[in-house]
Design a protein around this ligand. Structure first.
Ligand SMILES: [Cu+2]
Length: 71
C-alpha cells in the first residue's frame, strides 16, 4: 500500500533525514522518501501497516502529522 504523510515543522534536510530514518526502521515500511519542500513523506508499506505507530514515530521526533493519505 502507498501512503502520503503530510508533516509540519521540518525545517531542514537534517529533519527530513531523521524522519526518513525513523520511518524506515518500522518493519512494515518497505520504502520511504521525504520531500522537505512539499512537507510530505511518500511510503510503500506492507499490509500490516500501523497508522498510529507511523503518527507517533514522527511526533516523538518533534514534528507534526497533519494528514495521512492512502493512495
Ligand atoms: Cu532540521
Amino acid at each position: 500500500m502507498k501512503l502520503i504523510i503530510e508533516i509540519d515543522n521540518m525545517s531542514c534536510e537534517h529533519c527530513a533525514k531523521r524522519v526518513e530514518g525513523a520511518l524506515s526502521n518500522l518493519d512494515f515500511v518497505e520504502s520511504v522518501k521525504v520531500n522537505l519542500n512539499e512537507k510530505k513523506a511518500s511510503l510503500k508499506c506492507s499490509n500490516n501497516v500501523n497508522l498510529d505507530l507511523l503518527r507517533t514515530t514522527i511526533e516523538d521526533l518533534g514534528y507534526d502529522v497533519k494528514n495521512i493519505i492512502e493512495e
